[in-house]
Design a protein around this ligand. Structure first.
Ligand code: F0G
Length: 387
């Protein structure tokens, strides 16, 4: 801060005012410096931890009047847009901590299995840290934007003839035997970093919401949110805990069916997982919060993706749209695992959308007809508009 030369500091009130200004400046600078700087006291870091950050977190919590209207009864619905992170997914919150701790431990290389977003995030944070990164992916099942991110950031990409669950099995084994730090959510630093999303929500809303809806894949994120909400409540930063409601794709729903799915299938490739690593923790979060797990067919996922883009201007990837489709199911369907039909007045609901739509353009692209060019005249353009 630059002090004006004419500013006279002649009493306590002036000093206090200046202190407050300095505080505001400091906290402004802290913003945009990432989740570790913002929430250091809640994370396993010390002064000697080298912080590897790309300015993740501090993502928008967007009030949706249209979703609020859907549910009615004076309830407010917010969308936590995690696509607005450095690599455009929520994974960055955990990756900053996982890679920082890997650097503290003098690691030279990280490895992960991924349905796409973890690999994009790991690749970016590894390149920022100056270490190498290996990503093991199910061949042909990674959205093009995510693969491009991992490639551009210089990761070694290994595609396997198998699914995510096979990739994670292999990565676990390599992590045990060889000199790699595994940065999947089985690494507790990933979960610790991701819990900061719950902190942000409480900080913005002034308390925890009543319901939190999100997609479920490997089940790390629901575990992280629940940890965050509980930790904030135990430190008196909030007075209540939300019911956690998770959504799986109908043909990739091991937690819902309570059995491993050997051949999970869904258009939402990010959550095409048949044997989630944090299965037990997700079950505990759902049970302890009196929440639920439910399933969404692919058509409803795509419909919700398009609805959110057309009605709120928020373009998310299909997996993220599962949370919105899930919200609709809670509002409308008799078969919903959790019904909002009898919801008390004035409840607050947060839906996390986990990744940006541009990462996975193929699904929408297929629906886009060819845009035929017209002649470059005002008349032709007017005709094309229908004037
Ligand atoms: N949404 C998106 C966009 C994801 O990429 C993932 C998981 C999830 C939701 C589910 O979160 O696994 O914590 O329950 N993606 C992982 C990956 C598996 O490899 O990128 P989860």
């Amino acid at each position: 801060m630059i002090l004006q030369p004419h500013l006279q500091i002649d009493n306590r009130a002036d000093l206090l005012r200046i202190e407050m200004l300095m505080d505001a400046t400091r906290s402004k600078l802290k913003r945009g410096r990432g989740v570790i700087e913002q929430y250091r006291e809640y994370l396993p870091v010390s002064e000697s931890t080298p912080i590897v950050s790309l300015g993740e977190g501090d993502t928008p919590l967007i009030y949706s009047s249209r979703l609020s209207k859907r549910i009615g009864r004076g309830c407010d619905v917010f969308v936590k847009n995690e696509g607005i992170n450095p690599t455009c997914s929520f994974k960055d919150r955990g990756m900053t901590l996982a890679v920082s701790k890997a650097m503290e431990g003098k690691a030279n290389a990280i490895i992960c299995a991924s349905t796409g977003n973890t690999s994009a995030s790991a690749a970016a944070y590894a390149s920022r840290a100056g270490i190498s990164c290996v990503v093991v992916l199910p061949a042909g099942k990674i959205a093009s934007g995510k693969l491009l991110q991992a490639f551009a950031c210089g990761a070694k990409i290994v595609a396997i003839d198998g699914n995510f669950d096979d990739a994670l099995r292999i990565v676990r084994e390599i992590g045990e035997r060889d000199d790699f730090i595994v940065v999947n959510s089985i690494n507790p630093n990933r979960i610790a970093g991701q819990k900061t999303a719950a902190f942000e929500i409480v900080d913005v809303m002034g308390d925890a919401p009543d319901f939190h809806l999100l997609p479920l894949g490997n089940a790390g994120n629901i575990t992280a949110y629940w940890t965050g909400y509980r930790q904030y409540q135990s430190r008196q930063r909030s007075t209540k805990l939300p019911a956690m409601i998770g959504f799986q794709a109908a043909c990739a729903a091991p937690i819902f069916h309570d059995r491993i799915i050997n051949k999970p299938e869904t258009i939402a490739s990010a959550i095409r997982i048949g044997n989630p690593a944090s299965w037990k923790q997700a079950r505990a979060a759902i049970a302890e919060s009196s929440g639920a797990v439910d399933i969404i067919p692919d058509e409803e996922i795509v419909a919700a993706q398009i609805w959110l883009a057309r009605h709120e201007g928020i373009l998310v990837e299909p997996a993220s749209a599962a949370a919105i489709a899930g919200f609709f199911k809670c509002c409308n369907s008799q078969e919903a695992a959790y019904s909002f039909k009898e919801i008390p007045e004035g409840r607050r609901i947060v839906c996390t959308v986990t990744g940006h739509g541009l990462k996975d353009p193929d699904v929408i692209m297929q629906r886009m007809g060819r845009v035929e060019p017209v002649a470059a005249t005002v008349n032709d353009v007017r005709r094309a508009i229908g004037l």
